[in-house]
Design a protein around this ligand. Structure first.
Ligand code: SAM
Length: 439
């Protein structure tokens, strides 16, 4: 019981900090055991995936509105309601008691009483819970599916309502994961034997070699497979950008916006460690992760360079990857926090930065060389519209066909870009193109 309280308590601390500072920091859980840390992640991500709906219920059952509540009380209630309604393993009395204990401990006995009253009200109506019934369709959908209204409005308009529902349902589901074998460390057949011994259910992908779909990466962490560099946790759609860049052993490659580095590591593997990858990123914190991974994965041909892509001078490369910073609307199932951190202004800013970065990246490609632009966004302004703008300014680049590299089902009709969607492809939403410098 005590550890359960601490998992819940730590989850609440993380959620409070997210409300106050927009920072999602799982380091609060560092003192817990591996499994408890995983439980904290589940709580936090699931509560963020259901946040608007949980807030709607709080408003229905409390005399104080959510808008007036301080982050402490609000997040204790969000977790308690989530526990009661969505955690089959938690009986109602335990959901209530633990929330009351945490409220008393963090905010005093009066708040404990308030939490108790609100939760008892909700428990009484547990089998006939109210449903959101706003006249404004976007508000209604946004509350029911726990997405921000601006996102709902644009997706309903672009995809139609049924399709938008499916996308949001996928964003609200627990995602599948992919692991990619690092061939610098082991062979796929040995890796499969290892997974069998670990009792892991896996499915080899027929899209790209070396990828396996798994339900959880927990046992890979526990057995130290990531720390030993045996495999990488990387969504299969994140592997498309390095795949179409197709870096060859001996080539000179720039990975701009490289940290935390999964694409650099994958490219080092594709190049069999021969040639040179210069991995650039503006974040020194994130570059530390890249440096550690490069060591773990035996990716010896990675050279790390801190700095702003708009300012560094690197010379020319055979192949350049620009995995641009973006809104991340394609990865909302794994990063539930992103939906609450993004807005339309942020989308405009991301698109403006991407435009500058792309022009700069293009200047680093030697004649005859390749440039891949990729994002984990679903928004046209960050994807194809960005490329159309680029091509209207630069007559020395052309789009290359991708059917030799990727399955048809992820390609646009002309075969010159890929875009995956969580609800149709069962993986994260990624976009990418391959550009060749022709003169
Ligand atoms: C989508 S993430 C990159 C993920 C990475 N390619 C991978 O596969 O692990 C975008 C990265 O761009 C970096 N970034 C943002 N603006 C930058 C700039 N002006 N110059 C260099 N890096 C930048 C961020 O720090 C972030 O690490």
């Amino acid at each position: 019981m005590e550890t359960e309280i601490s998992e819940r308590s730590v989850s609440i601390d993380i959620l409070i900090e997210f409300d106050e500072k927009q920072i999602l920091d799982f380091a609060h859980a560092n003192d817990l055991e591996t499994r408890e840390r995983a439980q904290v992640r589940e709580y936090v991500q699931n509560i963020l995936r259901k946040r608007s709906y949980l807030d709607f219920l709080i408003d229905e059952f409390s005399s104080v509105s959510v808008a007036e509540m301080k982050p402490g009380l609000k997040n204790i209630l969000r977790l308690a309601i989530y526990d009661m309604l969505f955690m089959d393993s938690t009986p109602d009395y335990a959901a209530i008691n633990e929330a009351v204990e945490i409220a008393k401990m963090k905010l005093g006995s009066k708040t404990g009483d308030l939490v108790n009253a609100i939760m008892r009200n909700l428990q009484r109506d547990r089998d006939k819970l109210p449903k959101p019934a706003y006249k404004d369709r976007n508000k209604l959908v946004a509350t029911s599916f726990s997405h921000p209204e601006w996102m709902v409005a644009r997706w309903r308009e672009r995809f139609g309502e049924r399709e938008a529902f499916k996308l949001m349902q996928a964003n609200n589901s627990r995602p599948h994961y992919y692991v990619r074998v690092n061939s610098l460390r082991t062979k796929p057949e040995n890796f499969e034997l290892r997974m069998e011994k670990m009792d892991v259910d896996f499915e080899a992908s027929d899209w790209l070699p070396y990828y396996y779909k798994v339900d959880s990466v927990q046992s890979f962490i526990e057995k130290g497979l990531l720390a030993k560099g045996i495999c990488l946790v990387q969504d299969i759609a994140a592997g498309f950008a390095p795949t179409i860049l197709d870096p060859q052993p001996g080539e000179k490659v720039f990975d701009l916006c490289a940290a935390p580095g999964t694409k650099s590591i994958m490219m080092s593997d594709l190049m069999q460690g021969e040639g040179e990858i210069t991995s650039v990123d503006i974040s020194s914190e994130r570059l530390k992760m890249l440096a550690e991974s490069a060591l773990n994965y035996g990716a010896e041909n990675i050279k790390i360079k801190g700095g702003d892509v708009l300012e560094v001078s690197l010379g020319l490369a055979d192949a350049v990857l620009l995995d641009a910073p973006c809104t991340g609307t394609g990865v909302l199932s794994k990063r539930a926090d992103l939906r609450w951190r993004r807005d339309e202004e942020g989308l405009k800013k991301a698109a403006a930065l991407q435009e500058e970065l792309l022009e700069e990246a293009a200047n680093m490609v030697k004649r005859g060389g390749r440039l891949v632009y990729s994002t984990c966004s679903l928004e046209p302004e960050e994807n194809m519209e960005q490329i159309e703008k680029f091509l209207s300014k630069m007559d020395n680049f052309e789009l290359e066909p991708l059917e030799d590299y990727l399955p048809e089902e992820v390609l646009a009709e002309d075969g010159k870009s890929y875009q995956t969607f969580p609800h149709t492809h069962g993986c994260d939403g990624h976009f990418g193109v391959l550009l060749k410098r022709v003169k």
